[in-house]
Design a protein around this ligand. Structure first.
Ligand code: C5P
Length: 329
């Protein structure tokens, strides 16, 4: 009999607002952000091993190996399982099979989703019975976006992004998501933002890390999100990393312009990029915008994929296994 295994999934995130403060002593930047989970998920299947190792293989939805996710010890899913083993004194090993639908180094927190899904899958496999705060603590140690991948929905993020305050369910948003390759390095985009600010290429941080985020900076956007009014949301979108990401990948400016010309309500780089989000009114509008931007995007960027996504992503959770196939060897 094959050993029992647990399947979990976690969503990609976008940032409707990303205000970046000055760099802190620990190298991170203080953030005030509004996270939204979208309906693009990575899945992690955790299967016990009969030795104490933690191993991983990562494939795309067609089953092909994915490159650039980091081999074993560097893979965020492996780091998540290892952290949980240490924390809870688990001695058995585990094999993680990661099925990635979220592109790598795309500004969509795909690695964080893998970590969150691995935490949930392993906690269930090992019967750990951890409560949410305990899991969120382990998640925060793994990366700034991992707690949000556990929580999903829409949430305000502060600190370096790891302090997450969920917002009440809001009407769904619809986006045309333009992904491209190669990925951008998150540290490089933060560093370029700092150097552009230092060289007065960009205004100094408008956010000092002290202002209560929900009260001032994010108030208009949060009201717009609650209303579900796409035109209001469009005027509140903001990303302090966008100028640096666009400097590093100039084609992004062309695709934003093409999106606006095609009738998108707004265009925004997702996180540290290079994914680009075009806000639209719904699926029919998305289809028209997607058709119109595809040729501009393939002319300006490499490895382009254009798809419609929705702000309806749910936090990391165990999912029901597909029914076992009968028969076979
Ligand atoms: O937390 P995480 O490991 O995902 O962060 C990756 C990198 O992104 C950090 O090493 C840092 O360079 C940058 N970062 C930052 N400020 C944040 C979050 C991330 O400078 N709030």
């Amino acid at each position: 009999m094959s050993p029992p295994s647990v399947l979990a999934r976690a969503p990609a995130k976008i940032n409707l607002a990303l205000h970046v403060g000055p760099v802190r002593g620990d190298g991170y930047h203080e953030l005030a952000t509004v996270y939204e989970a979208i309906d693009v998920y990575d899945e992690v299947r955790a299967t016990p091993r009969n030795d104490p190792a933690v191993s991983v293989e990562t494939v795309d939805p067609a089953g092909w190996p994915v490159v650039g996710v980091g081999a074993d010890a560097d893979h965020l899913a492996v780091r998540a399982a290892a952290a949980l083993r240490r924390q809870c004194g688990v001695e058995t090993g585990v094999h993680l099979h990661v099925r990635k639908d979220i592109p790598v180094a795309a500004g969509l927190a795909g690695g964080s989703a893998d970590a969150a899904a691995a935490l949930v899958a392993c906690a269930a496999l090992w019967g750990l019975g951890l409560d949410r705060p305990e899991l969120l603590d382990v998640a925060a140690g793994l990366g700034s976006d991992v707690p949000f991948a556990l929580v999903g929905g829409t949430a305000v993020g502060t600190g370096r992004g790891e302090r997450v305050q969920p917002l009440p369910a809001a009407p769904a948003t619809t986006w045309v998501l333009v992904t491209s390759t190669p990925g951008l390095s998150t540290p490089a985009v933060y560093a370029r933002t700092d150097s552009m600010r230092a060289g007065h290429d960009l205004p100094a941080a408008g956010f000092d890390g002290e202002t209560p985020a929900g009260d001032v900076l994010l108030a208009d956007l949060l009201a717009a999100v609650r209303s579900g009014d796409a035109d209001r949301i469009a005027t509140g979108l903001h990303n302090d990393l966008q100028p640096a990401a666009t400097r590093l990948r100039p084609g992004l400016a062309d695709v934003r312009a093409a999106g606006r010309a095609a009738g998108a309500l707004a265009g925004l780089v997702s996180g540290s990029g290079p994914s680009l989000l075009l806000l639209v009114r719904g699926d029919a509008h998305a289809a028209a915008v997607a058709t119109a931007v595809t040729s501009a995007a393939t002319g300006a960027l490499a490895g382009v994929r254009v798809r419609t996504v929705h702000g309806t992503g749910t936090g990391a959770a165990v999912v029901d296994d597909p029914p076992a196939r009968l028969g076979g060897g």
